[in-house]
Ligand binder design. Structure first.
Ligand SMILES: *[C@@H]1O[C@H](CO)[C@@H](O)[C@H](O)[C@H]1NC(C)=O
Ligand SMILES: *[C@@H]1O[C@H](CO)[C@@H](O)[C@H](O)[C@H]1NC(C)=O
Ligand SMILES: *[C@@H]1O[C@H](CO)[C@@H](O)[C@H](O)[C@H]1NC(C)=O
Ligand SMILES: *[C@@H]1O[C@H](CO)[C@@H](O)[C@H](O)[C@H]1NC(C)=O
Ligand SMILES: *[C@@H]1O[C@H](CO)[C@@H](O)[C@H](O)[C@H]1NC(C)=O
Ligand SMILES: *[C@@H]1O[C@H](CO)[C@@H](O)[C@H](O)[C@H]1NC(C)=O
Ligand SMILES: *[C@@H]1O[C@H](CO)[C@@H](O)[C@H](O)[C@H]1NC(C)=O
Length: 388
C-alpha cells in the first residue's frame, strides 16, 4: 500500500514538472501587425502590436537587424511596441533591410528567440546608380562628387543626429557634384535623388593628399607636410617607400606637427608616397596617397660589383681562349720544337769519342739510334764503289 502511494506521488511529481517545464519553454507568440514608416529620408520607424491573448504589459520585445548575427546588435525595447532605426543606403549597400522582432519575458531573457516576426524595410525609391561618392573638406565647406556625372539630381542634407531635422538644399551644384557650405566639424547626412533612385549617406571626411617634402639631415631623411588646416596636432602620416628596388616598406609617423625622421641610405633612390588620417582625438579625416616623391640617386657600387663579378671573368676567359687558339696556330713561330736534351748530350758525347778515341774504358756507351750509324758510316767510307 505504502509503495503504491509512493509511486503515485512520484508519478504526479514527474507529470507536474514536465508540464511546468513545457510551459516555461513554450515560445511566446511573436508580435503581430508589423509595419514601418519613414520619419525622414534617413530614419525608419518600425512598429507592431502585442501578440493576441496576452495581458497588456505581460511581455517585452527585442529586435535585431537580420544581417547582423552578433548578439550585440540585439536591442530590447522594453514594453514599447516600436523602434526607430537609422538607415543609409550607402552604408547598407542596399535599399532594404530586414529586422526580426520577438517577444521575451524580460530583457535578460535569452530564450524564445525562435518565434520571430520579420519585416523588410525598403526605401521609397530604389538605390540610385551612383558610385565613388567622395566629399573633400576644408575649413569652409565640403565638395561632394560622384560618378557618373552629368545626371540631373537634387541634393539635400542636414546635421547627423537631428532626427527628424530640417533639410537644407545643395548650395552650389555643378555637373557631377555639389559644394556644401557646412562646418566640417559636424557630421552630416545627405540625400541624393537622381529621379529614378535615391542614395543616402554620411560623407566620410576626406582631404586632398598633403604634399610630402623630403630633405636630408646628416644620415637621416626628414619628412614633412604642410601644417594641416583642420585638427592641427592630431595627424598620423603613413609613408610607404621603396629604395634600391627593394620591396615596399611602410612607416607610420604620429606627429604633433613636427616632421618625421628616418635613416637614409645614400646609395639609394627613394620613392615615397604618403597618406594621412587623424588620430582619435579629433574628428575622423583622411587623405588618399599623394603623388610619388623621389629623393636621392641609385649609386653604382652594386653595379660595379656586377661588372666585376660577371663581365671581367667573361673577358678573361675570352682572352684565354683566343690566346690558346693563337698559340696553336703559330706554335712553330712562337715556340720552335725544343731539342731533346738527351740528343744534345749524345751529340756531345760522340764528338768527345772522336777526340778521345784512345781513352779506354769509356764510361758512357751510347745506345745506337737509327740516324746515328748512318752519320758515322758515311764519313769514313769515301770510296768510289758507293757510286755504283
Ligand atoms: C512610429 O509608428 C507608430 C505606429 O504608426 C506610432 O505610433 C509612433 O508614434 C511612431 N513613432 C514615432 C517616433 O513617430
Ligand atoms: C510600459 O511600462 C511602464 C512602466 O514601466 C508603464 O507605465 C507603461 O504603461 C507601459 N506601457 C505599455 C504600452 O505597456
Ligand atoms: C514609440 O511610439 C511612441 C508613441 O506611441 C513614441 O512616444 C516613442 O517615441 C516611440 N519610440 C520609438 C523608439 O520610436
Ligand atoms: C575651401 O575650398 C573652397 C573650394 O574648393 C575654396 O573656395 C575655399 O577657399 C577653401 N577654403 C579654404 C580656407 O581654403
Ligand atoms: C569640387 O570638385 C570638383 C571636382 O572634384 C571641381 O570640379 C569643383 O570645382 C570643386 N568645387 C569647388 C567649389 O571647389
Ligand atoms: C559632362 O558633359 C560635358 C559636356 O556635355 C562634358 O564636357 C563633361 O566631360 C561631362 N562630365 C562628366 C563628368 O561626364
Ligand atoms: C599604420 O597604422 C595603420 C592603422 O592604424 C595600421 O593598419 C598599419 O598596420 C600601421 N602600419 C605600420 C607600419 O605600423
Amino acid at each position: 500500500m505504502a509503495l503504491t502511494r509512493e509511486f503515485f506521488t512520484c508519478f504526479l511529481c514527474t507529470a507536474m514538472t514536465t508540464v511546468y517545464h513545457c510551459e516555461a519553454t513554450a515560445p511566446l507568440p511573436p508580435p503581430t501587425g508589423l509595419k514601418y514608416s519613414w520619419l525622414d529620408p534617413f530614419t525608419v520607424n518600425v512598429s507592431w502590436q502585442q501578440p493576441r491573448g496576452l495581458q497588456v504589459g505581460e511581455v517585452l520585445y527585442k529586435y535585431r537587424p537580420v544581417n547582423d548575427e552578433t548578439d550585440k546588435s540585439v536591442v530590447c525595447t522594453g514594453n514599447w511596441t516600436n523602434f526607430t532605426g537609422r538607415f543609409l543606403t550607402e552604408e547598407m549597400g542596399s535599399d532594404r533591410r530586414t529586422y526580426h522582432v520577438w517577444t521575451v519575458k524580460s530583457c535578460d531573457d535569452r530564450l524564445n528567440e525562435r518565434a520571430r516576426a520579420a519585416i523588410t524595410v525598403r526605401t521609397p525609391k530604389p538605390r540610385a546608380e551612383v558610385k565613388d561618392i567622395r566629399c573633400l573638406i576644408n575649413s569652409t565647406g565640403m565638395n561632394c562628387s560622384w560618378r557618373p556625372g552629368n545626371q540631373t539630381f537634387t541634393l539635400s542634407y542636414r546635421v547627423y543626429g537631428n532626427s527628424p531635422g530640417e533639410m537644407k538644399k545643395c548650395d552650389q551644384p555643378y555637373s557631377s557634384g555639389c559644394y556644401l557650405k557646412v562646418d566640417a566639424v559636424n557630421d552630416i547626412c545627405v540625400l541624393l535623388d537622381t529621379g529614378a533612385g535615391r542614395s543616402t549617406f554620411k560623407p566620410a571626411h576626406e582631404i586632398l593628399p598633403q604634399k610630402l617634402s623630403v630633405t636630408e639631415e646628416g644620415d637621416n631623411l626628414i619628412l614633412s607636410w604642410p601644417p594641416p588646416e583642420l585638427c592641427k596636432n592630431f595627424w598620423i602620416y603613413e609613408v610607404c617607400y621603396n629604395k634600391c628596388n627593394e620591396p615596399k616598406v611602410c612607416l607610420n609617423f604620429t606627429t604633433k606637427g613636427e616632421s618625421g625622421k628616418m635613416a637614409y641610405d645614400k646609395r639609394c633612390l627613394y620613392e615615397f608616397q604618403s597618406r594621412a588620417w587623424t588620430s582619435h582625438y579629433c574628428l575622423p579625416i583622411f587623405s588618399g596617397f599623394g603623388d610619388v616623391v623621389t629623393y636621392g640617386t641609385n649609386e653604382p657600387p652594386d653595379g660595379t660589383l656586377t661588372v666585376v663579378a660577371i663581365v671581367i671573368p667573361v673577358i678573361l676567359s675570352a682572352c684565354i681562349i683566343l690566346s690558346c687558339y693563337c698559340f696553336r696556330r703559330h706554335r712553330s713561330i712562337i715556340c720552335p720544337t725544343i731539342p731533346d736534351p738527351s740528343a744534345i748530350f749524345k751529340e756531345m758525347m760522340l764528338n768527345g769519342n772522336k777526340e778521345f778515341k784512345t781513352t779506354p774504358g769509356s764510361l758512357y756507351t751510347p745506345v745506337p739510334e737509327p740516324v746515328e750509324p748512318c752519320k758515322i758510316t758515311l764519313s769514313p767510307r769515301k770510296t768510289p764503289d758507293t757510286h755504283v
